[in-house]
Ligand binder design. Structure first.
Ligand SMILES: [Zn+2]
Length: 527
C-alpha cells in the first residue's frame, strides 16, 4: 500500500470520510430507514439514563433485573439467553425466565450480560499513589543496570514509599483503589495491606474498605516493624473492634508470611486459628522462599498447612511442596500478569492443572499492571495457551505433514473462557471463605451482580456470552454494579462518590509520599 499523503495528510488510497457517509446514505437499508445511519442516538437509547431504583439493598426492598443474558456461574442454576434476576434486600431471591415480581421495580437489562461480580484474591490497595511508577520494574535489582532493575519493587515500594505512609495516606489510597475496582466490576477483594506500621494505619485501612461499600477481606499483614507496631497480636483487637459480626461486607484474613521467620509466623498462624480466620501468604521462588516452604510442607516448619491457607503466586515451588499443599486442601491465588512481568517465575497454571487444582486470580499491584478482571482473565488464558500450543507444535517436525499435530495423549487441555470466568468469580469467592455468599447468581446468596453492556461498539453483535466477556470486554462495558443488593454503579457512573475531591486527596497523598521517600517525580523518567 502507498504511504504517500495528499494535502489533507490522509493517505491517498484511504477513502475520504464524506464518501463513506454517502455510501451509507445511499445504501438500500439506510434509504429504507429514511435516515442517515450516522445520525444521533434515538430516543429509546436516551431513556436508559433514568435514575436507579432507590434504597436498594434495604430490608425487603425488591427489584427485578429483567431481560438480560444471564450467566449464573452456578451449574445448578444454569445460563439463560434471556432471563430475570429478582433481588430482595441483600439477596438474590430468584433467577429464571419471566420471574413474576408484582410491585417490584424493574431494571431493564435488555442487551446486557448479567453475571456475578468478579473476585480478586490479592491486591495491595494501599499502593495506588504509585500507579504505573514501576511499569518496567522487577521485584528486585538484578544488577543489569537496566530500567527494569532500577527502580524496583523491593527498594522503591517496600523499602521506600511504604515506610512513609501516614494513616491518612493508607485511607485515601485504599478507598480510591477500591472504588476503581468497583467501577471495573470487582465486587470482592482480598486487601493484602502490608502497611500496618501502627494500629492507626490498620484502622484507616479497614475504614477505607468499609467506606468503599463493596465486599472485602481485610488482610492483616505486617508493617515495617517500627516501635508501636503490633503485628500479629493486634489481630485480637482488630477482630473485636471491627469484625465482631459475621453479617457485614468486610471480613478478616490473617497475613501469615513465612519470610518473617519462624518466631513470627508460628505466632501469626496460631492467632489466626484461635480467631478462626483464614491465613494468606506470598510464596515466591525467585524471592528465595522455596526452602522455607519445603520445610513447612514437610511439617518441620512449626506450623501445619490446612484448608484455611491461601498461598499467593507459588512460583518456583518444589513438586513435593505442591503435592503436600494440595493434599492439605490449601488454595492458590495467581497474579498472572504480575508474575510474568516482575520475574516471580512462570505462573504455575500447568502445575495446578496437573494436580487437579483451580487458581483464583489476583491483580497484586497497580504499580505495574491494571487491576481490572478482564486483564486477569485474558492474561491467564493467553499465557497457558502459549505454553500448551507450543507444546503441541513441538510434537511435530514443524513442516508438512506434521506441522499441525494432534495433541499427544497426556497433553494438558487448553484453558477456555469458562475456566477463567470460574477462576475470576466462584473460585475466588471460595478461596476467601465467601463461597456461600457470593461468586454465583444463586438464589439465597447475596446479590453481587454486574451488568455488562453487550450492545457496545467493542462487543456487538453478541454471539457468545462467556466469549464476549473474556475476549472482547473491558471496564468500559461494566455498566451497572450491585453489591449485596445495593446499586453502587449505575449505567456507567459510580453513585454517591465525589471523585474529583477524592482524586485531589490522592494527589496530595502522592505528593507527600514522593517527597518523604526522597523519590523524584518525573512523568517521563523510570521508563
Ligand atoms: Zn502481593
Amino acid at each position: 500500500m502507498s504511504s504517500r499523503k495528499n494535502e489533507s495528510g490522509r493517505p491517498e488510497n484511504a477513502a475520504p470520510r464524506f464518501a463513506r457517509r454517502n455510501f451509507l446514505k445511499t445504501s438500500t437499508v439506510a434509504a429504507a430507514a429514511g435516515a442517515s445511519l450516522l445520525a444521533a442516538a434515538p430516543a429509546a437509547a436516551q431513556d436508559r439514563a433514568q435514575a436507579p431504583p432507590t434504597d436498594t439493598g434495604g430490608r425487603g426492598r425488591r427489584y427485578v433485573i429483567r431481560g438480560g443474558a444471564v450467566m449464573s456461574m452456578d451449574p445448578k442454576v444454569g445460563d439463560f439467553e434471556v432471563a430475570d434476576v429478582l433481588v430482595e434486600g441483600k439477596n438474590i431471591a430468584a433467577v429464571g425466565r419471566k420471574v413474576n415480581a408484582p410491585g417490584a421495580d424493574v431494571i431493564d437489562a435488555r442487551g446486557r450480560i448479567v453475571m456475578p461480580g468478579f473476585v480478586d484474591t490479592h491486591h495491595h490497595l494501599f499502593e495506588t499513589a504509585e500507579r504505573a511508577f514501576l511499569a518496567n520494574g522487577l521485584l528486585l535489582d538484578d544488577g543489569s543496570g537496566s530500567p527494569s532493575a532500577f527502580p524496583n519493587y523491593g527498594q522503591h515500594i517496600l523499602q521506600g514509599f511504604a515506610r512513609v505512609y501516614r494513616p491518612q495516606d493508607v485511607y485515601i489510597n485504599e478507598l480510591f483503589a477500591g472504588l476503581s475496582q468497583l467501577d471495573a466490576g470487582v465486587t470482592t477483594v482480598l486487601d493484602v495491606s502490608q502497611i500496618h506500621h501502627s494500629p492507626e494505619h490498620t484502622d484507616a485501612a479497614i475504614q477505607a474498605l468499609i467506606d468503599t461499600g463493596r465486599r472485602a477481606a481485610f488482610g492483616f499483614f505486617e508493617g515495617d516493624g517500627r516501635a508501636g507496631a503490633r503485628y500479629p497480636e493486634d489481630a485480637r483487637r482488630i477482630r473485636d473492634r471491627w469484625f465482631s459480626s459475621d453479617d457485614q461486607l468486610v471480613s478478616m484474613v490473617m497475613g501469615g508470611e513465612l519470610h518473617l521467620g519462624r518466631e513470627v509466623y508460628t505466632r501469626s498462624w496460631a492467632i489466626a486459628r484461635e480467631l478462626d480466620v483464614k491465613i494468606a501468604a506470598h510464596s515466591v521462588g525467585s524471592w528465595g522462599m522455596r526452602p522455607v516452604f519445603d520445610d513447612v510442607a514437610e511439617g518441620i516448619g512449626g506450623v501445619q498447612v490446612g484448608p484455611d491457607n491461601l498461598f499467593i503466586h507459588m512460583t518456583g515451588m518444589s513438586d513435593q511442596t505442591w503435592k503436600r499443599f494440595r493434599d492439605a486442601g490449601a488454595q492458590v491465588s495467581l497474579a498472572v500478569p504480575i508474575e510474568m512481568v516482575m520475574r516471580h517465575g512462570t505462573p504455575p497454571i500447568l502445575k495446578m492443572q496437573e494436580l487437579g487444582m483451580e487458581p483464583s486470580l489476583s491483580s497484586d499491584v497497580e504499580t505495574t499492571m491494571a487491576a481490572d478482571p478482564f486483564t486477569l482473565m485474558r492474561s491467564a488464558m493467553s499465557m497457558q495457551r502459549m505454553v500448551v500450543n507450543q507444546m503441541v507444535l513441538d510434537q511435530g517436525e514443524g513442516v508438512p505433514p506434521t506441522n499441525w499435530p494432534t495433541p499427544a495423549k497426556g497433553t494438558p487441555e487448553l484453558l477456555n473462557v469458562r475456566d477463567v470466568l470460574r477462576y475470576g468469580t466462584i473460585v475466588g469467592a471460595e478461596h476467601l471463605g465467601l463461597g456461600g455468599r457470593t461468586g454465583t447468581l444463586t438464589p439465597g446468596k447475596q446479590a453481587d451482580i454486574v451488568l455488562l453492556d453487550a450492545t457496545a461498539l467493542n462487543v456487538a453483535p453478541l454471539n457468545s456470552v462467556p466469549g464476549a466477556v473474556v475476549s472482547l470486554m473491558d471496564r468500559t462495558n461494566v455498566e451497572t454494579v450491585i453489591v449485596a443488593g445495593e446499586v453502587r454503579k449505575w449505567r456507567g457512573r459510580l453513585l454517591n462518590v465525589d471523585l474529583s475531591r477524592l482524586r485531589r486527596e490522592l494527589e496530595a497523598s502522592r505528593d507527600h509520599l514522593f517527597k518523604a521517600a526522597g523519590i523524584r517525580r518525573d512523568l517521563f523518567a523510570y521508563s
